[in-house]
Write a protein that binds this ligand. Structure first.
Ligand SMILES: [Zn+2]
Length: 772
């Protein structure tokens, strides 16, 4: 299923229209797919879609297709370039103009700037389908490309003349294929409209849209190198779907907070663009467009472009049941953050009043949104180019809030973390240089070979936000009330996540000699010797039909390190005799009910229902009694505590959010350096505390405390209300049971595969003697 189709597309990049040459007539969607795109219960899959893009490129001088990477499972990752035939004929020249505007240091004066602003085109990147069950995006891409390829409507011509559209028709082709195959398999049965019971990006599922600074997944890297860094678009539009009982479509402005390193001109420009899109849809009578609600502008994990000179427009269209229509009663409509979907308001002036909703509506709304965005980009071409240049000019001059430079000493014990930070910065197009001769500044000595980032460069904001400590504002629903929840996490300080020393220099002394910028770096993944040896423990990693994203991230981390392990499905756990094959079993964060019961009977085809059940619980008990080790993380600690009746409780359970709240922040850990689990670490470390993390209270004095949260206020970066609820409490513990042991992680040692600082704790926990 996975690899069968696409080798014919390896040559896709060679298919280039000759401008002005007579093209074949552009086919219609119905001719190619056998149906119109955006019909109820009809989904084109990725095989059909890639063939469609080949056809469009062959037939239209406006469309070019390139393969800019390969997906996790080996499919081609494609990008369309769509513009007028005349622009295609001088595409290299137009890209050259764009790259000069992206770096004002290369523009020699006002006359040249005027020439560039006159001659350039607005560069727009539209991306679809990152979340594969949000199926409208990939279908919309196919219809939008066809309209742009074939229409001679004056509105389309204006877009083609003024805009270079880079279109990634699926950011997740593996998922697009899976979900569409699954849907087509079950349509017409009782399971119609269900989602496949596995992560729809092979490793990280929905978190593939939280990877825009760590760049772990192949699809992210292909997009960043093949689209973002190759073109530096002024506008990025990422097309999503949301729940079905509120607004029909969301556009920015985002709600507060906006991360403080995002240039104000980016924020203002995206506010007008999103508002324009909502106005355009409302003018066409499309009810239910909301702005300035639900989504905030804090984390760079979703917004690469906000640190690279451009705006990121998120759109979210209401969902149906995959491609199956739904009927929403008026009484079900309501709620929403910063608006009420049942009531008209300034940011939601034309409420949607309920009724039928399905894929045709989804594709129409998405397509209208994309065309409104492109029309704005075309009509305001000169504004977008000049705004882009001014943003980059301010970065090159340096902000007063930024230091003159950041230094990462080359001589650090933690090679993995240093290489990881350097990879992120260099892939993010930050200029990193090496120091040629020693110097001293601000009381610090800088040695030859140290890495230095001058904060007078186009993408300095990307470096600043990732190197500095986050101070998330204390936002409440009302004074003294519960916290206003951020849309995602609140911290992304790489030196803390990755245990790397980095320091700012307020000023850079004259005469400092630096190398040229270094190329993109690789991460020096390193497995501890004990896990590499022939005596390495036999590791099982649990993966049921409700696999958590945390589990998926850990599969990625283990695979990337080349660690051998078995994936244990429910059936294998239920079969018992685990000790015969395994020395250690890992349960990533997952609730006890989900581990035990899995998917409810009748909710999915029977082979995807159920969890480990009572036989599996008994088998895990036996495994530990017989000398195995069970490692449980975050929510799964509850499963271990219940199953083994450990004298442990979750100290954070049942607290009101106004008393304790930590939505994804970095905290200090104090370690018992004499514990084998803390091997190779010092007395303190920084750790990830997310919404599923916890602190422990112990009733059993026999349980060994390996790490506690720091005293007083353990917060290092992000946001934490009620620090006293976790301060000094056990964070990582080990209990002896029978001949075996149980290790409980209250924090997440492998947060989105970024927590190099706590990877040693995870690897140590997996290191037990191999049974002979
Ligand atoms: Zn989404």
């Amino acid at each position: 299923m996975i690899r069968r189709m696409l080798f014919s597309l390896a040559l896709i990049g060679a298919i280039q229209p000759v401008p002005g040459a007579s093209a074949q007539a552009v086919p219609t969607p119905r001719e190619h797919f056998g149906f119109d795109l955006g019909e109820h219960r009809r989904l084109a899959d990725w095989n059909q879609l890639t063939a469609w893009y080949e056809k469009l490129a062959a037939a239209s001088p406006r469309v070019k297709v390139d393969t800019i990477g390969t997906t996790t499972l080996g499919r081609p990752f494609v990008m369309l370039t769509i513009t007028s035939a005349a622009n295609h004929a001088r595409l290299a020249e137009l890209r050259g103009i764009q790259l000069r505007l992206a770096d004002p240091r290369r523009v020699t004066g006002g006359a040249e700037l005027e020439r560039l602003l006159d001659a350039g085109r607005t560069v727009v990147l539209i991306t679809h389908g990152i979340h594969a069950t949000e199926v409208g995006g990939a279908q919309t891409a196919a219809r939008l490309a066809w309209k742009l390829a074939s229409s001679d409507d004056p509105r389309i011509r204006e877009i083609l003349d003024n805009v270079i559209l880079l279109d990634i028709p699926s950011l997740n082709p593996d998922g697009t294929q899976w979900v569409n195959e699954w849907y087509n398999r079950w349509v017409g049965t009782g399971y119609e409209g269900t989602a496949p019971p596995w992560l729809y990006q092979f490793y990280v599922g929905h978190d593939n849209n939280r990877d825009w600074y760590a760049f772990t997944q192949k699809e992210t890297v292909a997009t960043v190198t093949g689209a973002h860094n190759a073109w530096h678009p002024q506008i990025v539009h990422d097309i999503h779907q949301m729940g079905g009982n509120g607004a029909r479509i969301f556009f920015p402005p985002y709600i507060d907070p906006v991360e403080p390193n995002v240039d104000p001109a980016i924020v203002a420009a995206l506010n007008q663009l999103g508002s324009y899109m909502a106005a355009d849809l409302t003018a066409r009578g499309r009810a239910g467009a909301v702005i300035n609600a639900i989504y905030d502008g804090w984390t760079p994990a979703r917004a690469y472009q906000h640190y690279h000179g451009g705006v990121r427009i998120l759109s979210e269209t209401a969902s149906a049941r995959i491609a199956t229509p739904v009927d929403v009663p008026a009484s079900a409509i309501g709620g929403g953050r910063a608006y009420d979907a049942a009531t008209a308001s300034w940011n939601y002036p034309l409420p949607w009043t309920g009724g039928a909703w399905g894929l045709p509506d989804i594709v129409d709304y998405m397509e209208d949104g994309a065309l409104a965005l492109l029309a704005n980009a075309a009509k305001n071409r000169r504004f977008w180019l000049e705004n882009f240049y001014r943003i980059n000019e301010r970065a090159v001059k340096g902000w007063s809030a930024w230091p003159a430079a950041w230094v990462l000493p080359a001589a650090q014990a933690n090679r993995v973390g240093l290489s990881y930070v350097l990879r992120i910065l260099t892939l993010g197009d930050v200029e990193v240089q090496r120091v040629s001769a020693p110097f001293a500044a601000a009381g610090r000595s800088v040695a030859p070979g140290d890495y230095l980032i001058r904060m007078r460069q186009p993408y300095a904001s990307f470096a600043q936000t990732l190197l500095e400590v986050q101070k998330y504002p204390d936002l409440r629903e009302y004074p003294g009330g519960p916290p206003r929840r951020p849309y995602d996490v609140t911290a992304h300080t790489l030196p803390l996540l990755m245990n790397v020393e980095a320091f700012p220099l307020p000023e850079l002394p004259a005469g400092v000699v630096l190398s040229d910028r270094i190329p993109v770096q690789d991460v020096a993944f390193e497995l501890p010797a004990a896990l590499r040896s022939r005596d390495a423990p036999r590791i099982g990693h649990y993966k049921g039909w409700q696999e958590s994203m945390e589990s998926g991230w850990t599969r990625w981390t283990l695979d990337r390190h080349g660690l051998a392990y078995d994936t244990l499905a429910d059936l294998r756990i239920r079969a018992g005799n685990l000790r015969r094959n395994y020395d250690v079993i890992l349960l990533q964060s997952q609730s006890p009910a989900s581990i035990r019961d899995g998917n409810r009977e009748g909710s999915l085809p029977v082979e995807y229902t159920g969890g480990i059940g009572d036989p599996g619980v008994a088998a895990l008990r036996e495994f530990v009694e017989q000398g195995g080790r069970l490692v449980a993380i975050e929510e799964a600690t509850e499963f271990a505590i219940e199953t083994f009746s450990l004298g442990v409780t979750d100290a954070t359970a049942g607290l009101r959010p106004q008393d304790f709240y930590i939505p994804g922040s970095i905290v200090r850990l104090d370690l018992d350096a004499s514990a084998p689990l803390a091997h190779s670490l010092g007395a303190a470390a920084s750790a990830w505390f997310g919404t599923a993390s916890r602190a422990f209270d112990l009733r059993d004095p026999g349980i060994r405390i390996v790490a506690r949260y720091g005293p007083d206020n353990p917060l290092l970066s992000g946001w934490l209300l009620g620090p006293e609820k976790i301060a000094g409490r056990p964070a990582l513990i080990e209990a002896r049971v029978g001949q075996g042991s149980i290790v409980l992680f209250g924090f997440q040692p492998d947060y989105r595969s970024q927590t190099v600082a706590t990877w040693p704790l995870l690897f140590n926990a997996l290191t037990v003697p191999r049974r002979r």
